[in-house]
Ligand binder design. Structure first.
Ligand code: IPE
Ligand code: IPE
Ligand code: MG
Length: 243
């Protein structure tokens, strides 16, 4: 049955650099302004009782950016965690980070662990930050885990199924994203959740991420409410199910 309200929203927060450029500011000023938009969207999603919000903050390919920008983003991540976690906790929000943490410096890994531990038992919005995340990395990790089970004789190769692969991926315990949002006019996935987005509704807006706000989120939600999600069935079949 299709619902008019998404349980899980996944967002590629794009356009920080262009937002800054338009104002003749350094790119990093755009990232800083982007944090304010994150705060507003998290609050709006929590108020709307969205179950899961996944935000793409740093991709596995973003390391290729100028060192100065990468360093700034890492520092921003640490400060944002320090400053925001208590507020998130007060809002009953559960925070999780997905992605490969091994490349982060110790200080950041410690902040992440602390934030996750503090909010682990919260029952409100699940806020997932994808950092050093890549959809391909996620699938490779899942495959490696399954391969180990095959090597150990716990699993036969013919038993590998979509459900088993899904179980090994990031976000395995959560509903798949119903609504995908990308800001800044780009219409691509950029190695975000490749497997998990298989049946998501895709919403693109020209708005740059630092300008995205609760009213813009409402537009995306209105778009979503007008979609008919068929999951391979016919429209008639769906109407019969609703009757
Ligand atoms: C998204 O904004 C933030 C990150 C990728 C970290 P960009 O930095 O990609 O902004 P544009 O695309 O250059 O405008
Ligand atoms: C995707 O944006 C990653 C994040 C928003 C974190 P990019 O700006 O890195 O994507 P491309 O390079 O334009 O595809
Ligand atoms: Mg970009």
């Amino acid at each position: 049955m299709t619902s008019t309200f998404p349980r899980h929203i996944a967002v590629i927060m794009d356009g920080n650099g262009r937002w800054a450029k338009k104002r003749h500011l350094p790119r990093v000023a755009g990232h800083k302004a982007g944090v304010d938009a994150v705060r507003e969207i998290v609050k709006a999603c929590a108020e709307k009782k969205i179950e899961v919000l996944t935000l793409f903050a740093f991709s596995s390919e973003n390391w290729q950016r100028p060192t100065q920008e990468v360093n700034y983003l890492m520092e921003l991540f640490i400060t944002a965690l320090k400053q925001e976690v208590k507020k998130l906790h007060k809002q009953n929000i559960q925070l999780r980070i997905v992605g490969d943490r091994d490349r982060f410096e110790r200080k950041l890994r410690e902040q992440i662990d602390k934030a996750e531990k503090l909010t682990a038992n919260n029952t409100g919005l699940k806020l997932i930050i994808a950092a050093n995340y890549g959809g391909r990395w996620d699938i490779v990790e899942a495959m490696r885990n399954l391969a180990v089970e095959v090597e150990q004789g716990k699993l036969k190769s013919h038993e590998i199924s979509p459900a088993l692969i899904q179980e090994k991926l990031s976000l395995a315990d959560l509903p798949e994203p119903d609504l995908f949002i990308r800001t800044s006019g780009e219409q691509r996935i950029s190695n975000f959740l490749l497997w998990q987005l298989a049946y998501s509704e895709l919403y693109f807006t020209d708005m740059l991420w630092p300008d995205f706000n609760a009213a813009e989120l409402d537009k995306a939600l209105a778009f979503f409410a007008n979609r008919e999600r068929r999951f391979g069935c016919t429209s008639e079949q769906l109407q019969e199910q609703h009757a």
